[in-house]
Design a protein around this ligand. Sequence first.
Ligand code: NAD
Length: 474
Amino acid sequence: MLKHMINGKRVESREVFETRNPATNEVLAEVAAGGAEEIAAAVQAAKDAFPAWAAKPAAERAKLMRNLGELITKNVPEIAEMETNDTGQVIGQTKKALVPRAADNFHFFAEVCTRMDGDCYPSDDTHLNYTMFQPVGVCALISPWNVPFMTATWKTAPCLALGNTAVLKMSELSPMTADRLAELALEAGIPAGVLNVVQGYGATVGDALVRHPDVRAISFTGSTATGTRIIQNAGLKKYSMELGGKSPFIIFDDADYERALDAAVFMIFSNNGERCTAGSRILIQESIYDRFVADFAARASRLKVGDPLDPDTIIGPMISRDHWEKVTSYIELGKQEGARVVFGGCTPEVPEKFRNGFWVQPTVFADVDNLMRIAQEEIFGPVPCLIRFKDEAQALQIANDVAYGLSSYVWTESTGRALRMARGIESGMVFVNSQNVRDLRQPFGGTKASGTGREGGHWSFEVFAEAKNVCMSL
Ligand code: NAD
């Protein structure tokens, strides 16, 4: 049984739940289903571990972060396979990109924590002000099921490096790799109680965690609906909310066509389309629209769907039956709303051993009106909406006419247009002539219904550190 990790020890619960391999629907493990009691124990352990951990010189914490990064690197194949089995994210992504990136997160934040500096304001001859950053205390780290290992480390690394202690709560749909993370953290020399993992459901474990009075900050990644509920329950805790998206991927007729096509395919179909920054609304200028629709549909038809452990597979299964039902219901809705299916729309053929898995054929909708629900709501699967636009003004209007504002992509060879679009688009991140390429120093996060707060580089201080000002009379 997969247990909790509280104060460096495996802990069971009375209740258990199952985690399944979404490719086969077979049970991977029974998992301890925690509740308020386990949260109380984990928060207490984190609270007790905090003073000594916060008092360690940053360089010492950084060394332990690097140890953990190295241990992850050593174990990439094992963790990647575990993640693929637990989530259906294809091995080409977990092994080459997502798990190595988890190791990078620890190395990166090891650097950041040793380079933290504050400001100094020599006010006048009588007073000097200076600021310092201090850890917050016990932090709640709550992760969704898509790319769970990478997301858990993206939160754990800055949280711990800056001197906080943590209770990590993974999605009940993807509990496996966080357990491994907690184990490796101990092996790396991070003291017991600094990183605790409590497994279980959002309505029990998650809810108890965000309401706990000794939790000082919450770093949440997940849906807009849950994020909104957490804000209501959190009281005066600090928080950062990384929520859903419906990002525009805008291609002007002067763009480098082949590169834009490649990137458009990647940004909606990689990670099975279960990606917050997916370019799920592809806006195409009318003079290249028909050609692009045909080329894009042809590319979608060549994507290999099937065994997520096969390095050539691009699309694995959806995470769960519920999510499969959600994605397929949007495919039906798109047809009813009058969008044109140019590829997909039915269940793909898979080998016998995967017959009980949660498969969706990549499905491309063309001639989508931006006001259709398939263009407004987050589908979170391999289902792009292709939308025609006339000119820059209309592209901008369509891009912004949506509740979300996480990411956006602009493809044009005109620098002036790129700058105008980048200024006008309502999103936390704009990529120009680029897919989502990450520099870990950049602020990651969204606006509107995509969330509040930024994480990455020193931006992570917003949630994981307190700025203290000291005013001295001279
Ligand atoms: P979700 O909101 O259903 O669950 C996320 C986490 O919150 C899970 O661990 C869940 O157990 C927990 N939870 C549920 N109810 C809770 C409650 N009342 N209190 C505390 N915790 C609770 O999201 P999901 O379906 O797991 O993930 C998909 C969503 O995550 C999509 O909307 C996607 O866009 C978003 N996402 C955003 C980013 C980003 O960086 N902006 C990254 C990845 C995923």
